[in-house]
Design a protein around this ligand. Structure first.
Ligand code: 5AD
Ligand code: SF4
Length: 472
C-alpha cells in the first residue's frame, strides 16, 4: 500500500507505545507519515477509556472526521485501542464512517485490516483475550516508529490481575502476562545498539513482573524456579546493558512494592531516583472499597523505607477524589497522607464511573460534582505546596539533564529532564541536540518545573532525532 497516515493518541504511555507500533507497521507496509490531517489518507485514533471525558473527546473527533473523510474519496478512518476494545458496537453506531475498529490485542494486524477494506468494506476485529504468542502479545517485536532516538519504551508486562473497583483496565487489557526476561533484555540491547540511552519499562503492575513466568516454570516441574518476583533482577539487568544511562519504570502497585525493588534501584546507578507510587486515596475505608490491598499507614511506611534506601528519591502519585461514598472525613485523610508523602508531583483525578466496573454500580453513593471539584482543588493546593518546596530545595544543586529540545513555550530556551524526571529549562551557549546530556545548576524551582544555568556538556547526541522504521 502507499499513502499518508496520521496517528492520534489518547491516554497513557502504553497507548503511546502501541501508536509507535501502529506507525511502524504502516510504514513497513509502504505508508509515510503526513504532516497534518489535510495531507493524510488514513487517520488512526488510538483511544483510551480510563475516564469518561476520553470517550466524549473521541466521539467529538470522530464527528469531525466524517467531514474530513467525505471530502476526498478513499480516505480511511481507523479506531484502535482501549475504547475500541470496550465499546466496539457504540463506535460503529455513533460513527458508521469508521473503516476499521481494532482491539488492544490486534495491533499487529493494523496494516492487513486496512488493506482489506478496499475489497471487503468496513471491518471490526477484537480479540477478547491475548493470544499466547509473544510476537502478538508483545508487539514490541513488531516494527516500531519512535519519535525520539534517545529514549524508548519497553513493554515488560501486559494486562492486570488486580480488580481496583474504579478501573476499566483489566477489562480492556486482559490478564497479566509477563514478557520473557531474555526478550526484554534483547530488546533493550537492540535499542542501546541503536543509540538509545534511556528506557522506560512499561506495565500495569510492574513489581509483580515475572510472577506468572515463575509459576509456569514450577508447574512444568522446575523446582529451582525462585519464588520471588523478578522485577528487581530485571531492573539491574536492564541497567547493566552497555550504553543504557537511565532506566525508568511505570507503574508499580504499593501492595506489591518490595524491599528488593528499592535495593535494586539503589544499587543500579542507571535506575533513576524516581518512584511513581499511586496512592488513589488516603482513607483506609475508601482504599478497602477500592480493593487496593494496603492501608495508608502501610503505604507511608513503605515510602519511608524507599526514601531511606534510595538517596534523593523523587516520588509522584495518582490520586482519585470523589470515589463513591467518599466522605469529607475520608477526603481529609487523603489530604493528610498527601501532605505527609511530600510528593514531587501528582496526577489527580475526579472519579469517573466506568460502566462494567464495580464502583460504577454504586450510583446512590456518587459524589456531587461540585463537591468533587472543590475537593480536587483543595488537593491540588496541598500537592503544589510540596512540589514547590521540593523544587526550591534543589536550587544551587548541579543536576544531570537529558536534553529534550527547545522549550514548548519559548523556543530560545532548551528543556530537558533530570534523573528525578523534573523538567528543567536552561539556555546553553549553543543549541544542543535532543538526546545530549549536560549538567545544569538549578537557580529556581516552580511547582511544575525548574530553571537553571548550563554548566557543562557531558555527552553530545550524534543520532538523528527520528528513526523511521526499526524492522527487527
Ligand atoms: N476515575 C478516575 N480516575 C481513574 N483512574 C483510573 N480509573 C479511574 C476512574 N474510573 C486513575 C487512577 C489510575 C490512573 C492511571 O487513572 O488514579 O492510577
Ligand atoms: Fe487498574 Fe488497579 Fe490494575 Fe492499576 S492495578 S491497572 S488501577 S486495576
Amino acid at each position: 500500500m502507499s499513502g499518508r497516515y496520521v496517528v492520534r493518541t489518547y491516554g497513557c504511555q502504553m497507548n503511546e507505545h502501541d501508536s509507535e507500533r501502529i506507525a511502524g507497521l504502516l510504514e513497513a507496509d509502504g505508508y509515510a507519515e503526513a504532516d497534518d490531517l489535510d495531507g493524510a489518507d488514513v487517520v488512526v485514533l488510538n483511544t483510551c477509556c480510563i475516564r469518561e471525558n476520553a470517550d466524549n473527546k473521541l466521539y467529538g473527533n470522530l464527528g469531525h472526521l466524517k467531514t474530513w473523510k467525505d471530502a476526498v474519496p478513499g480516505r480511511r478512518v481507523v479506531v484502535a485501542g482501549c475504547l475500541a476494545q470496550k465499546d466496539r458496537d457504540t463506535v460503529r453506531e455513533r460513527a458508521p464512517h469508521v473503516d476499521v475498529v481494532l482491539g488492544t490485542h490486534n495491533v499487529h494486524r493494523t496494516a492487513e485490516l486496512l488493506g482489506s477494506v478496499e475489497s471487503s468494506g468496513p471491518v471490526t476485529e477484537i480479540l477478547e483475550e491475548a493470544v499466547v504468542d509473544d510476537e502478538v502479545l508483545f508487539p514490541s517485536a513488531l516494527p516500531v516508529r519512535r519519535e525520539v532516538s534517545h529514549s524508548a519504551w519497553v513493554t515488560i508486562q501486559i494486562g492486570c490481575d488486580n480488580n481496583c473497583a474504579f478501573c476499566i483496565v483489566p477489562a480492556v487489557r486482559g490478564d497479566e502476562v509477563s514478557r520473557p526476561f531474555d526478550d526484554v533484555i534483547a530488546e533493550v540491547q537492540r535499542f542501546a545498539d541503536d543509540g538509545v540511552t534511556e528506557v522506560t519499562l512499561l506495565g500495569q503492575n510492574v513489581n509483580s513482573y515475572g510472577r506468572d513466568l515463575q509459576l509456569a516454570r514450577r508447574r512444568a516441574g522446575d523446582v529451582d524456579a525462585r519464588p520471588r518476583p523478578l522485577f528487581a533482577d530485571l531492573l539491574g539487568a536492564v541497567g547493566a546493558v552497555e550504553g543504557i544511562r537511565r532506566v525508568r519504570f511505570t507503574s508499580p502497585h504499593p501492595k506489591d512494592m518490595r524491599p528488593e525493588t528499592f535495593e535494586a534501584m539503589a544499587s543500579s546507578p542507571e535506575v533513576c531516583e524516581h518512584l511513581h507510587y499511586p496512592l488513589q486515596s488516603g482513607s483506609d475505608r475508601v482504599l478497602a472499597l477500592m480493593h487496593r490491598g494496603y492501608t495508608a499507614e502501610r503505604y507511608l511506611d513503605r515510602l519511608v523505607e524507599a526514601r531511606s534506601t534510595i538517596p534523593d528519591l523523587a516520588v509522584s502519585t495518582d490520586i482519585i477524589v470523589g470515589f463513591p461514598g467518599e466522605t469529607e472525613d475520608d477526603f481529609e485523610r487523603t489530604l493528610e497522607v498527601a501532605a505527609a508523602a511530600e510528593y514531587d508531583y501528582a496526577y489527580t483525578f475526579i472519579y469517573s464511573p466506568r460502566p462494567g466496573t464495580e464502583a460504577a454500580e454504586a450510583v446512590d453513593d456518587f459524589i456531587d460534582a461540585d463537591v468533587a471539584r472543590e475537593r480536587f482543588d483543595r488537593l491540588r493546593v496541598v500537592v503544589e505546596r510540596s512540589a514547590l518546596a521540593r523544587h526550591e530545595a534543589r536550587v544551587g544543586r548541579v543536576e544531570e539533564v537529558l536534553v529534550e529540545g527547545p522549550s514548548k513555550r519559548d523556543p530560545s530556551v532548551t528543556s530537558g529532564r533530570t534523573r528525578q524526571n523534573k523538567l528543567v529549562h536552561f539556555t546553553p551557549p549553543r543549541p544542543l541536540r535532543a538526546g545530549s546530556y549536560a549538567t545544569v545548576e538549578i537557580t529556581r524551582g516552580a511547582p511544575h518545573f525548574l530553571e537553571g544555568n548550563f554548566v557543562e556538556l557531558l555527552v553530545e547526541a550524534t543520532h538523528r532525532t527520528r528513526i523511521p522504521v526499526l524492522s527487527l
